[in-house]
Design a protein around this ligand. Sequence first.
Ligand code: ADP
Ligand code: MG
Length: 270
Amino acid sequence: MEPITVAELLPGYEPYHDKNVNPVYKAQVHTDGQGEISAFVKSIPDHELLMECVCALIGRALGLPIPKPLLVIAAPDSCPARHDIRKPLFGSEAIDHPSARRFVCPSGDIDPHLYQFFCAHLEQWKQLKEAALFDEQIANSDRNGGNYLFDGQQFYLIDHGLAFAGLFHNVISASQPVPDNLFLSILSSQDEVSRKRTQKQLRTPLAALGRVDIQQAYDHSLFNHYADDLSIGENMIEFYRQRIDHISDIMSQQLGIKPHDNLLDAYGTW
Ligand SMILES: Nc1ncnc2c1ncn2[C@@H]1O[C@H](COP(=O)(O)OP(=O)(O)O)[C@@H](O)[C@H]1O
Ligand SMILES: [Mg+2]
């Protein structure tokens, strides 16, 4: 697993608006490894910063298309208004394409052909199952259209600040499904044969998830260098480990299929 990249915020950043909840800036940042790069940078509380960094590091280690996460340090002359200068900002290396919000626009004024094009791509996205599993493991119900990007072919996952929902808002326990897993809901609405195929195809990604070193992801996030309350990190690790023990059953439950269904074998290998 890669360590987090620490970057320095350069002056000249601009506010960015995509119905985002937090103040987000389109910025240039300086990194030791890559020099100057473009990034989306936001000022968020400690616990959201931890979730963003840990989820991006885990997801990237699993091969999911998540932009490189950055811990962005602001100097006094470049610190955004109302940001606590003692804290890093969260940065996400810029992808040169907008969010999927333009396709899943709530006002419904999207061209139906474009909408169909988008849905067909999403349903056939080769990493849809892995992404659905990832969101379920990190207990993320916040995969709205602003939180994934689409370049016409490929999808990118961003904004994991509200992951581990069960930890902070008592939404779910570690053994319960998340109430709203967008990618998984696409797979759950398919016919029974497809759902059983999905369950079977999840075996390899489930094994990969089980091999993730959550302690290493936490250490790489550098949380203990800036956080006021380190117990958040301990609770996050505990929640992740508990959930790993239940994730296979949770996925089967979400797919509407009995866990360890022997009938699976009757379908052979796809
Ligand atoms: N790495 C990135 N590449 C391209 N656009 C991004 C990236 N990160 C964020 N954005 C854009 O900024 C918006 C807000 O970022 P997000 O992390 O979702 O903030 P918030 O937590 O306020 O919702 C996204 O909806 C997207 O349009
Ligand atoms: Mg967002």
